[in-house]
Design a protein around this ligand. Sequence first.
Ligand SMILES: [Zn+2]
Length: 158
Amino acid sequence: MHHPHKPLELTLARSARVLIVAHARARFPEECCGLLVGRLRAGKALVTRAVPAANIALPARRKRHFEIDPALLFTVQRALREHGATRHREVILGYFHSHPGGNARPSGADLAGAHEPGLVTLIAAPPRKAGRVPLRAWLRLGGGPSRRFRPLKITTDF
Ligand SMILES: [Zn+2]
C-alpha cells in the first residue's frame, strides 16, 4: 500500500461525497466501507473516487466493525497500475467507513485497528437511514502504542 506524505487537508470530489453518503445510508444500521482513490499534491489529499466495498466482518460484528474485502483492494491496486494511473499519480489514499447512529470520530476499534500510518480514514456518521450524514476525515499517525488520528480539514470540490 502506498503511504501518502502527511496531507493536512482533504479535498473530496462531489461524486465521492455523494457515493459515501449513499453507501452509509444504504448499509445502515451496519457499517459501510470502501476505498479512497486520488492524488497527493502540496499537503493536500485529493480524493477523486470512492470505491464501495463489501463489509466482510462477521454479520454479528458489522454494526460496530468493518473489514474491507482484500480481493477488492487487490483489484483496485492492480487497476491503478495497469490503467496508466502512475501518469495521473493516482493511489489508494485510505479508507472510508461509517458509524451508524454514532459520531464521526475514530472509535476504540478504529484506534486498535491495523490501518497503516499515513493513510486517510474518512468516517460518515448517519444518525439514521435518511437525513444529513456528517463526515470527518482523519490521518492515521504513529505505530504501536503511539498510534493516533489527526483531524483533516475537508473541502468538497470539482
Ligand atoms: Zn470506525
